[in-house]
Design a protein around this ligand. Structure first.
Ligand code: SAH
Length: 242
């Protein structure tokens, strides 16, 4: 069987007890290096397959082969395993198998939710999440989604705002959204959410957006027309009369 485990944004205290239990029960742990570093102490003595980026398909095929051999396998994703994680790919591959493996998706705290808690309460109202990675999604589709989400005044959470190969996507995304997002719209940036001392957070306006602080471990949350700042908190009202 295969547990597809979301381990949360990083810190142990943000892991669910279901995730801890699944890892404990597993004989083999398969995952991306960046995320396995958070759980090294939990996987000591287990068979471990670490891999880098762009090796997702092989990593998941390997997990299915190991499961076929009777092993209990944990495939580890950061955040939630069903949000730009491994859960979908494992199910897709399993659907093509003659003998289906038992797959259990173990939910985790996704980085938009973790970053939101660090910022205050920015996603209290309708929100959408958009990944700026065009490795598997054509950039035209990403542009269209950014435009329509901005027009509909969603709070927008941007995953994968930057990578080594893509440094200007975030700027382009802001240009596209600027048709509908006012310059005074509040933007929250959280780097290394849920990772204790590594955490960095910034709140600014859309016009003042600081593209330089963003990297691969950053969540960018763009507020809606109602979002405001008080003290150092970013808040989107739900609409209560108070
Ligand atoms: N499955 C993950 C998302 C993987 S996509 C989840 O549910 O969170 C990778 C992107 O997630 C990163 O580029 C970054 O935008 C975001 N991310 C992952 N961990 C993060 C963290 N600790 N703090 C801020 N953003 C994070």
């Amino acid at each position: 069987m295969i547990f597809v485990v979301g381990i949360g944004p990083g810190g142990r205290k943000y892991m669910t007890s279901e995730a801890l239990e699944a890892i404990e029960k597993s004989d083999v742990v398969v995952g991306y290096k960046t995320y396995l570093r958070f759980i090294y102490d939990l996987i000591e003595g287990k068979e471990v397959y670490e891999s880098g980026m762009k090796e997702e398909v092989n990593r998941c095929k390997n997990a299915i082969d190991l499961s076929k051999k009777g092993k209990i396998v944990a495939v580890v994703s950061g955040g939630d395993s069903g949000i730009y994680g491994m859960a979908g790919l494992i199910h897709e591959l399993n659907s093509r198998e003659e003998t289906r493996q038992n797959i259990v998706v173990v939910q985790g705290v996704t980085s938009s939710v973790s970053a939101a808690a660090d910022l205050g309460a920015p996603i209290m109202h309708d929100m959408c999440q958009i990944s700026l990675s065009d490795l598997m999604t054509p950039w035209e589709i990403i542009e269209k989604r950014l435009k329509l989400a901005a027009e509909a005044d969603f709070v927008i959470c941007l995953y994968n705002p930057k990578s080594r190969g893509r440094t200007d996507h975030l700027k382009k995304a802001f240009e596209i959204m600027s048709e509908f997002k006012d310059g005074s719209t509040i933007v929250g940036i959280v780097k290394n959410a849920g990772r204790g001392e590594e955490l960095e957070k910034y709140i600014m306006t859309f016009d003042e957006m600081d593209f330089e602080v963003c990297d691969m471990s950053t969540m960018v949350i763009i507020g809606n027309k109602e979002t405001y700042i008080y003290d150092d908190k970013m808040v989107t009202p739900r609409g209560y009369s108070i």
